[in-house]
Design a protein around this ligand. Structure first.
Ligand code: NAD
Length: 397
């Protein structure tokens, strides 16, 4: 079929296999150009490996330090007349490229929150790799089913305490208007913590530890975001921020558990970037558009792949993690640089629909968004009839 983007609000319901493959190839090229990561990870498990930061982590590990990788994700395969989700095509492309480079890659499509997926992955590690020396936890999900009680938790993106009004971007039209978001109520905070906090990361690490599949010196990393004050009511001090606090508490607990293995757990605070998860957060897309404009002009703009390459190459694997006072790695350092934030802040106050294309990088926002789904990539013939039902080599059936 001929596949074109179908955008509904903040999601695109189609994805292009060749475009996703090109997007993956471009990310691989970024890492390969930077050369081999000395002392990098060798046997890596990435939970949430099909898009965004998790995909970039898998690529950085495989193509930066020739790591064998196991990836876990939740994606929909394609049918004859219906494209798969982007993460499906990304993983197919990743596996093809890894195999061509002589690298082991195996993938699991299922609910990472479940006990059954954990067991399957542990069996695969035992069978194929023996142990892993890095576990990346990069899930972003709106809900989680508790593996013991069966309860379904739902995460919400709301301020805590009082309502929050600020500027907001309609990412389809470029209109800058105002949005008011009502505060969390009932058990919204607890539910969001149950989904996006550290509980499932802890369950994964406990299961891996108990199965004896964590190597001596193992590292594990999960991702967080802090951002500027203008977004704090909806992010850092909102329901999602409470979940990230929980993630940090779990990181400290995991550190103790991994000590006998000389292991270490990290939270890495990453840059705000256009991903499927971040485009759903109110206010953040406007901030990202202003940020991209400033960072591109400064020459410090990075995408997921540059962020993850820098995390591995300059922080996790060169004995220089440079933790902040709370023990977190900060690869959001260039985003949070005072001169960048001062400019973004000034533009935030000024920005209106009329001056938005001048002050913000709307074109950059929209093209980054489309690229997530494999659209707008150079060298792809979007008018060609394309097979939507292609598989992932390591996933049978
Ligand atoms: P994303 O939406 O691109 O990726 C989410 C991944 O989780 C995908 O691989 C998806 O398949 C997988 N997933 C979701 N539910 C699953 C389930 N039940 N079972 C198995 N896999 C499942 O998101 P992202 O933006 O890359 O976010 C990853 C992490 O990075 C999150 O913790 C997020 O908070 C953090 N982060 C994001 C940003 C940003 O700006 N995007 C910034 C800093 C930190």
């Amino acid at each position: 079929m001929i596949i074109s983007p179908k955008i509904r609000g903040f999601i695109c319901t189609t994805a292009h296999p060749e475009g996703c493959a090109q997007h993956v190839a471009e990310q691989i090229a970024v890492v390969e150009k930077r050369g081999f990561i000395e002392n990098g990870p060798k046997r890596v498990l990435v939970i949430g490996s099909s898009t965004g930061y998790g995909l970039a982590s898998r690529i950085a590990a495989a193509f930066g330090s020739k790591a064998s990788t196991i990836g876990v994700f939740f994606e929909r395969p394609g049918e004859i007349d219906r494209p798969a989700t982007a993460g499906w095509y990304n993983t197919r492309a990743f596996e093809n490229a890894a195999t061509a480079a002589g690298l082991y890659a195996r993938s699991f499509n299922g609910d990472a929150f479940s006990n059954s997926v954990k067991s399957e992955v542990i069996a695969a590690i035992k069978e194929d790799l023996g142990q892993v020396d890095l576990v990346v936890y990069s899930l972003a999900s709106p809900r989680r089913t508790d593996p013991t009680s069966g309860e379904v938790y739902k995460s919400v993106l709301k301020p805590v305490g009082s309502s929050y009004t600020n500027k907001n971007l309609n990412t389809s039209t470029g209109v800058v208007n105002e949005i008011t978001i009502e505060p969390a109520e009932g058990d919204d905070v607890e539910q969001t913590i149950a989904v996006m906090g550290g509980a499932d990361w802890a369950l994964w690490m406990d299961a891996l530890l108990e199965a004896g599949v964590l190597a001596d010196g193992v590292k594990t990393v999960a991702y967080s975001y802090i951002g500027p004050e203008v977004t704090w009511p909806i992010y850092k001090n909102g329901t999602i921020g409470r979940a990230k606090e929980d993630l940090e508490n779990i990181q400290r607990a995991l550190d103790l558990k991994l000590a006998p293995l000389h292991g270490k757990a990290w939270v890495s605070v990453n840059k705000a970037l256009v991903t499927q998860a971040s485009s759903a957060i109110p206010v953040v897309p406007l901030y990202i558009s202003l940020l991209y404009q400033v960072m591109k002009a400064e020459g410090t703009h990075e995408d997921c792949i540059e962020q993850m390459d820098r995390l591995f190459r300059e922080r996790l694997y060169n004995n220089s993690p440079q933790p902040d006072e709370h023990g977190r790695i900060r690869v959001d350092d260039w985003e949070m640089a005072p001169q960048v934030q001062a400019l973004v802040d000034a533009r935030w106050k000024e920005v209106t629909t009329e001056n938005f294309t001048e002050l913000g990088d709307f074109e950059g926002y929209q093209s980054s968004f489309l690229r997530l789904f494999g659209f707008g990539l150079r060298g792809v013939d979007y008018s060609a009839d394309t097979d939507t039902s292609v598989g992932i080599p390591s996933i049978k059936g």
